[in-house]
Design a protein around this ligand. Sequence first.
Ligand SMILES: O=C(CO)[C@H](O)[C@H](O)COP(=O)(O)O
Length: 220
Amino acid sequence: MSADAGKREAARSALQFVEEGSIIGVGTGSTVNHFIDLLASEGPRIKAAVSSSEASTERLEGHGIEVMELNASGDLDLYVDGADESNRLLQLIKGGGGALTREKIIAGASRRFVCIADRSKLVRALGEFPLPVEVIPMARSFVARQLKELGGIPNWRENFITDNGNQIIDVSGLTIAEPIKLEDTINAIPGVVTVGLFARRGADVLLLGGEDGVERIDRR
Ligand SMILES: O=C(CO)[C@H](O)[C@H](O)COP(=O)(O)O
């Protein structure tokens, strides 16, 4: 089974969490694109979605699904999103698609975060995938120096601007032994908008699509 087929099966499995007539949070990425398409074709009819990116908004609206502002929806019962890596505690690295800040906001405003991914995203320790950090543009070089002091190798994602008008630094080489501590440390650097470590607010349920079907892991 290809990774993409695994993503699609995980996305299909997330439909069971969607309530008819509800407002749900929707993440960003190729796995979420499957979720949006499947929701439109075979899922329950929702009232509206709160979207984490312009790309997902466009896809949702293309299917005739109403997109609502988080300011208007209030807190949500469900958020469905993908991840670049997850450990068994359901702490995540996210932001490969650059939507990490809005994703973290909607995850924080949701009672249940269902993460969908293909099986290759489950890792023993976070950190092989370069950690995305969204930064205010004028702070980029300063933040990069701070990230170097933490032992990372910062790499500016050139020619990429986030939906919030900011830039992304992808950090490799970091040892992420204590994800919550590192999340707090990076978030405290002036000029950092968000780090793509979702350790304080990880997922509640992880659905992993692969050869043997969809494995479900619940947060302990
Ligand atoms: O965090 C994200 C976007 O900012 C995505 O969830 C993450 O990059 C996974 O993407 P994909 O589903 O395409 O593998």
